[in-house]
Design a binder for this molecule. Structure first.
Ligand SMILES: Cc1ncc(COP(=O)(O)O)c(C=O)c1O
Length: 378
């Protein structure tokens, strides 16, 4: 059985009324349908209005697959369109199911990495991203966890929630290790190519990597529900396609049409996400640096989230509850299995992020006194 999705429950509980500064999610600057169509000129709206409102192809519409294949520098046949990276991950984990099989995933992580394979009866082995190691992956830990029953090793880079990044060489080393052992190597790249320092290459250059991507995160178009798998292994592709035929049949041709526009105009879209996330990262950094008695962090190297922690070691849920009363919505660390941390979005709120940071400043200035009062029951 699937366990409760604490993160979604928390965000849902605070969806209405929407807090003044919703910083609990992980997407980027909002695009309207008009903004997106305008990227492509007026005729695209006319073309969209002529779309047949029918099922699309299970593997995805050809123009969208071609655009993604060109972006990822892979043959079009290797690209399978999915209803978000969420569907992609579900099919990948389902295909790994065998008696006694295990999968290796990071912790903390996007919660489905653990909940979905567990519900499918797979043994889930986690490698830890430790703040004392700047959230860097310890490749030896993964090597030690791997045994003949391991079906899959998953990495997420840039990483949600920590913003850590796996360097190209470490990615290659892990890919090669998995290939030697005959283990599937999965790279979830939904935050690629949003880097706040050195940019990394897509893992799609690696012969045996399975890539999970989407338009929700770096592209910031979560309402399109477009994701994909890039897979060079034909047998695996067939399995994913069969699962999809049984499950969602296809995406909508309307959102695939819009998705293709987004991928073709990726430079403008990704530049906006990067610019917004980096501006906000600097604002957040300034506030956190002034409150080192209360919070600490590892500066994210990529992606659209930061994952600071309370230096008192206290559970961040009461901090997040209190912050919500002050109009600031963060995501409590227990949603990711690390209670003293909390997640702050970097990609949203171009119009109000600076004001939200002032509010955070006030919150951090008063938090110790508030926490003391709460503890003493005052
Ligand atoms: C690392 C990661 N992978 C996959 C997803 C799923 O995204 P979607 O289904 O919107 O494509 C998310 C969403 O938060 C995520 O953070």
């Amino acid at each position: 059985m699937l366990k409760s999705f604490l993160l979604e429950d928390w965000l849902e509980a605070h969806a209405e009324p929407m807090p003044e500064f919703p910083l609990g999610g992980s997407t980027g600057p909002v695009w309207t349908l008009r903004d997106l169509l305008e990227l492509d000129g007026r005729s695209s709206l006319e073309r969209m209005l002529e779309s047949d409102v029918l099922y699309s192809r299970a593997a995805g519409a050809t123009p969208l697959r071609q655009a993604i294949a060109q972006m990822q520098d892979v043959p079009m046949e290797h690209v399978l369109i999915m209803t978000g990276a969420g569907e992609a991950l579900s099919h990948i984990f389902s295909a790994a199911v065998e008696p006694g099989a295990n999968v290796i995933v990071p912790t903390p992580c996007f919660p489905p990495y653990i909940a979905v394979p567990e519900a499918l009866g797979l043994e889930v082995r986690t490698y830890r991203l430790r703040r004392e190691d700047s959230y860097e992956i310890d490749l030896d830990e993964i090597r030690r966890l791997t045994d003949p029953q391991t079906k899959l090793i998953l990495v997420n880079s840039p990483h949600n929630p920590t913003g850590s990044v796996l360097d190209d060489r470490a990615m290659e080393a892990l890919h090669d290790f998995a290939a030697e052992r005959g283990v599937q190597f999965v790279c979830d790249e939904v935050y690629h190519p949003i880097y706040h320092g050195t940019a990394m290459a897509s893992a799609s250059r690696l012969a045996n990597a399975t890539i999970v991507g989407d338009l929700s995160k770096a592209f910031s178009l979560s309402g399109l529900r477009v994701g994909w798998i890039v897979e060079s292994d034909e047998r695996r592709r067939e399995r994913y396609l069969t699962a999809r035929e049984y499950c969602t049949v296809s995406n909508s041709p309307i959102t695939e049409f819009l998705g293709e526009i987004a991928v073709r105009h990726r430079r403008a879209i990704l530049d906006r996400t990067r610019e917004v996330a980096q501006t906000h990262l600097k604002l957040l950094e300034r506030v956190l640096k002034e409150h080192t008695g209360v919070v600490d962090w590892i500066r994210p190297r990529g992606g659209m989230t930061a994952f600071p922690w309370l230096i008192s070691g206290a559970d961040s849920r009461s901090f997040c509850d209190y912050a919500a009363t002050q109009g600031l919505l963060f995501a409590p660390g227990d949603c990711f299995g690390v209670q003293d941390h909390f997640r702050i979005a970097l990609g949203v709120g171009r119009d109000w992020y600076a004001v939200a940071m002032q509010r955070l400043e006030e919150l951090l200035s008063t938090w110790l006194a508030v926490a003391e009062r709460t503890l003493s029951g005052g």
